[in-house]
Design a protein around this ligand. Structure first.
Ligand code: MLT
Length: 407
């Protein structure tokens, strides 16, 4: 008899964004004449930067000729891309990261979901609430939690991010082994200061814990005092892994390219307390289960670091941040408490009522799709998230429709 992994049965209904997509599709079917504006899932809408398109074309032409054709590439990614990333994203900011510590992949979602495989099933996990659902769901699938009760999985140490702590969780009171952090934050759009992030690194060093730092939104940071990478912090190389993505910084959600940084010093332990290099384990996993991102896509990602690529990607993120500013201004004028939108493309709004009810109201009365905060965890109840990843015209129209619906 084939039996299933029963941990899957603990998962809540369906993945948040699939659930929302279903509800929006049902609404569209019932109201085919209504034009819906999507400020829900953080999916980009602007074309790829010209530098990336040119690089894609060139790489496709290379693939068309035997002499320059490429088959399997290195699983970890081509040196040209890893070197460009190390130089521009880390060394230029004073963070020590070598090219061979960078693993190119097809998405930060996959990497943040897969990384937990390396760690024991009984390690104590700290996960923020609200949170990007992938961190939690993948640990449920792996059997690191008990049942779901009162809006939470048993066995997880939840790190509440609320108005009281300005949406930056406090250090856990108890000892934990694996810590998920995301800054600029999805879903709240909040940011972490250098001092706060250093305190997390110091905690991890003291407790021999490991921090999984999701920096997928770092290109939206506009405040120069904020850290872009956890590796800007003293002592982080032994206790942190960082996830980055070209999805939001260069419009690659449909093109797929991301990377994970695992420093050679990053350490986990055997049950007997022996030191184990995490880099070699991730390398082993990556080579076994992944065959690399396609050559043209890696060339397109490399073009992000060219002179024109840098200008074009900045224009792209500036455009979305212009949308974020418009959303924030409209929400402020409506009198809601909110956070985010200054160094992140998300605006986290206190809806002052059940988040799914507010989601329904905005969909039915304004034809605008948001993401209900409750979908990100118990602390998200009473909030909604608006995303800035749409056209300027649609954002202006969406906020006008929301204004009319609510006043
Ligand atoms: C989100 O809307 O939270 C993100 O777009 C989801 C993702 O990046 O997978």
């Amino acid at each position: 008899m084939i039996t299933i992994n029963e941990h899957y049965l603990k998962l809540q209904a369906s993945y948040l964004f699939s659930d929302i997509a279903r509800r929006v599709a049902a609404f569209q079917e019932a109201h085919p004449d209504r034009q819906v504006i999507r400020l829900g899932i953080g999916d980009v809408t602007r074309a790829l930067p010209g530098a990336c398109i040119d690089a894609l074309h060139r790489a496709v032409d290379e693939m068309a000729v035997d002499a320059t054709f490429r088959g399997y590439g290195p699983e970890q990614g081509y040196a040209f891309l890893r070197e460009a990333i190390a130089r521009h994203d880390f060394q230029a900011r004073g963070a020590e990261v070598d090219p061979d510590e960078i693993f190119i992949s097809d998405g930060a979602k996959c990497d943040t979901g897969n990384i937990q495989e390396l760690f024991a099933t009984d390690c104590r996990i700290a996960i923020p609430d609200p949170v990007y659902p992938v961190y939690l769901d993948t640990n449920v699938m792996a059997g690191r939690t008990g049942e779901f009760a009162d809006g939470r999985y048993q066995g997880i140490v939840y790190l509440d991010s609320t108005r009281d702590n300005s949406y930056v969780p406090d250090l856990p009171k108890e000892k934990v082994d694996l810590i998920y952090l995301c800054f600029p934050n999805n879903p709240t759009g909040s940011t972490i200061t250098r001092e706060q992030l250093q305190a997390w690194v110091d905690y991890a060093r003291e407790h021999r814990a490991l921090i999984l730092f999701d920096a997928a939104y770092e290109s939206f940071i506009r405040d120069d005092s904020l850290p872009h990478s956890i590796f800007e912090m003293k002592g982080a190389r032994e206790v942190a892994i960082e996830f980055r993505s070209f999805s939001k910084s260069a419009g690659f959600t449909g093109t797929r390219c991301a990377y994970t940084v695992v420093p050679r010093e990053c350490t986990a332990y055997t049950r007997q307390g022996g030191k184990q290099q995490v880099h070699s384990l991730w390398n082993r996993r990556h080579c076994t289960k992944f065959n690399g991102v396609s050559y043209p896509v890696q060339r397109a990602a490399e073009a992000v670091y060219s002179a024109e690529g840098q200008v074009q990607t900045r224009e792209l993120t500036d455009y979305y941040m212009g949308n974020a500013a418009l959303i924030a201004q409209a929400v402020q004028e409506l009198g809601f408490h909110f956070v985010g939108g200054r160094n992140a493309p998300y605006i986290w709004i206190s809806s002052e009522r059940d988040s799914w009810q507010f989601f329904d109201q905005l969909l039915n009365e304004a034809g605008v799709v948001c993401t209900p905060g409750a979908g990100f965890g118990r602390c998200g109840q009473g909030y909604i998230r608006l995303s800035a990843f749409n056209s300027r015209e649609n954002v202006v129209q969406a906020m006008e429709r929301i204004r009319r619906a609510l006043t």
